[in-house]
Design a protein around this ligand. Sequence first.
Ligand code: G
Ligand code: G
Ligand code: MN
Ligand code: NA
Length: 254
Amino acid sequence: LNLENHLRKAIELNELELHYQPQLDIGKGEFCALEALIRWKCQALGPLAPNDFIPVAEETGLIVNIGEWVLRQACQQAKKLRDDGVPLSRMAVNVSAIQFLHKGFPLLVKKILAETGLEPAVLELELTESVLVNEEEIVLNVLQSLKEIGVELAIDDFGTGYSSLSRLKSFPIDRLKIDRSFMHNIEQDPDNAAIVIAIIAMAESMNMKVIAEGVETDNQLSFLSKKRCTEAQGYLLSKPLPSAEIAKFLLKEF
Ligand code: G
Ligand code: G
Ligand code: MN
Ligand code: NA
């Protein structure tokens, strides 16, 4: 309850911040996308990681306002970087199932895009498989509304949930993000290797793009490259960076 009370005031106290983790296009060898990740510098409780407060935000419904703040902040940042000539083709934002199912979510997305002037195709919404298990017709309606606006849709932490493949196929999803747990020991662990290879093949056959998360070693990156995974994200490439460091990172030659 203490945490909840502090979280309730976090936005007005200006304690929330976004960090941005670069995503690599493996084939091109270029970074052209970012994932926005929330951080909370609570004056009363100290810095808190999302896993410490997002669940509370979801239980209390505070995630609706926090999620709106995240979306607006990420779109503003992407617009500014692009206006400054920074090569950024995609900004990915995590969306909680509660926010996704909250009435008027597609309208809110549309409003924020109009307000910030960001081209819709630059925004990617990351949904977890827990979104997809809700009533199919409702989910499909929201996904289609979002596609009509022109944003991209990704499934985060893919492979850890229970979404059926037939449902997945019927949804307008652009990209699968392979959960980072499958990167563990990928060259020695035949199960993880098999799962990653299967997800890459599945994405290809469903005309979806695929990105591997949690890439921490050169071996993992070369495995992914050999298996024709097109994109990667992880500490090997870059940790999530504060906004002040993004332009410099994306303008750097690799
Ligand atoms: O950044 P970090 O690895 O600590 O994030 C931990 C978890 O919190 C991840 O599952 C991530 O998806 C989630 N998360 C980070 N930022 C946001 C956000 O802005 N909104 C939501 N809903 N989840 C987030
Ligand atoms: O669930 P989601 O994919 O949104 O989680 C993103 C989180 O993963 C971020 O909080 C980020 O800090 C963390 N992360 C990013 N790269 C790596 C990595 O290479 N290894 C590990 N263990 N975590 C990572
Ligand atoms: Mn994510
Ligand atoms: Na993930």
